[in-house]
Design a protein around this ligand. Structure first.
Ligand code: RIB
Ligand code: CA
Length: 303
């Protein structure tokens, strides 16, 4: 499967990139960077650093710096750390971004791999909305968009109603749900069932000291955040779960429904059913133990 991950690395984004690299089913052909957990420049720098650390190289295209219609953005440093990778105080600049915007790269790759390209979007959906605007054929050319974002029956995580990726650019997310893109939404209903425990990270560090050890190290910060908000049994591998939905959709239970995003008020960023729109496959359940076990196995295989 030809895959591009649209990402804001981000601790669980790093897990997703590592997992995609380790999945034999996946041909990872690029990463596109968005603001979100970090500013966009930090996202693309972190994406390049993560690839280098994991011993591979793919094009990294930098995308949107701000949500639709906004002039300012504050990243989620309390969840992912000041540079996006836990307590790492400095992240080296390795290599360079490609000389093309994320939206232009997505549009070009979708045309070159027409009907084949899967995009796993694990950040605010601004780059995807930009690609839809840039090329009317984009929605048709993409095989499938798999989103980590939204909360369907589950409560929100950034507000009582909204999940962070959707909340951070509700307008862009609504444009995506209004589009003709064939879409799966892997929201909190599924990702909160895929928790990694401190013991899992201990095992990763022991059995795969380089890559597993890196993931374990940066995840200390992430575990501490989740403990601080009352999740005491681990931290969700949100973005890695979306990668698994690309390769193993049969392990998920989906409900098909049109969706829209609430664009104002207390419920800003909430994803709600809208029968006037094209159905999205919304994940309402996943085989959580299977997902964690496969993540562990694949990361350990990286060493
Ligand atoms: O709500 C979880 C999502 O928000 C994940 O993509 C995580 O990386 C954060 O950006
Ligand atoms: Ca993310």
């Amino acid at each position: 499967m030809k895959l591009i991950i649209d990402t804001d690395p981000g601790i669980d984004d790093a897990m997703a990139i590592a997992l995609a690299h380790a999945m034999p089913e996946v041909d990872l052909i690029g990463l596109t960077a968005c603001f979100g957990n970090t500013f966009t420049e930090q996202s693309s720098r972190n994406a390049r650093y993560i690839c280098d650390l994991m011993g591979f190289s793919v094009p990294v295209a930098e995308g949107a710096a701000l949500p639709y219609g906004e002039t300012d953005y504050v990243p989620s440093a309390n969840v992912h750390g000041p540079e996006g990778l836990g307590d790492l105080a400095e992240v080296p600049q390795i290599g360079k971004n490609v000389d093309e915007t994320a939206a232009a790269f997505l549009v070009r790759m979708a045309a070159e791999h027409k009907g084949e390209l899967v995009i796993c979007a694990v950040a605010p959906l601004t780059n995807i909305a930009d690609a839809l605007e840039l090329d009317p054929a984009f929605a048709h050319n993409v095989k499938e968009l798999v989103i980590m974002g939204g909360a369907y029956k589950h409560a929100g995580n950034i507000t009582a109603h909204a999940e962070a990726n959707i909340y951070h650019d509700a307008k862009a997310a609504d444009l995506v749900f209004a589009s003709k893109l064939k879409t799966k939404m892997i929201g909190l209903d599924a990702t909160m069932l895929t928790l990694l425990t401190p013991e899992d990270f201990g095992e990763l560090a022991k059995k795969a000291p380089k890559i597993g050890g890196f993931i374990a190290h940066i995840s200390d910060f992430y575990l501490a955040f989740y403990r601080s908000v009352g999740v005491t049994n681990g931290c969700p591998m949100h973005d890695a779960t979306a990668v698994l939905a690309c390769t193993h959709p049969e392990k998920f239970t989906f409900e098909a429904t049109g969706l829209r995003v609430i664009l104002e008020g207390d419920a800003l960023g909430q994803t709600v059913a809208d029968s006037t729109r094209q159905p999205v496959d919304v994940a309402v359940d996943v085989a959580g133990k299977w997902a964690v076990d496969l993540f562990m196995e694949r990361i350990i295989s990286l060493g």
